[in-house]
Ligand binder design. Sequence first.
Ligand code: FE
Length: 131
Amino acid sequence: MASIKDVLQGADWKLEKHVPVIEIQGAPKKAEQVKVSVSVGKEIPHPNTTEHHISWIEVYFLPKGEKFPYQLARFEFGSHGASTQGPNTSTVYTQPQVALSFKTDKSGIILACSYCNIHGLWENSRELIVE
Ligand code: FE
């Protein structure tokens, strides 16, 4: 019996950056929007080709002391160079870099998961303090 958590990778691997980097803008306060950005390949770009790319990012929020996370967003990256002319011919490539905002009165942990079509699942997390 295997589990998703057995195949989730959290540390950088070789020179590629698969880990979704989570950034929180400012110092969030209750009743205000928490602005979050998530990107893969922030320092060393991840390849973005028809054959090798980031397919999606999901973002969750786990309030402090709670058991179940809330899914905040799911972003699908649909263009990776393919066209009717073949792989890597369209010149259109979606960048795995997203921004979202949400509201909460609670502090907790923001979790992100990303998926590379050939290197699998990667995760990261960041503490959110709401004052
Ligand atoms: Fe990869």
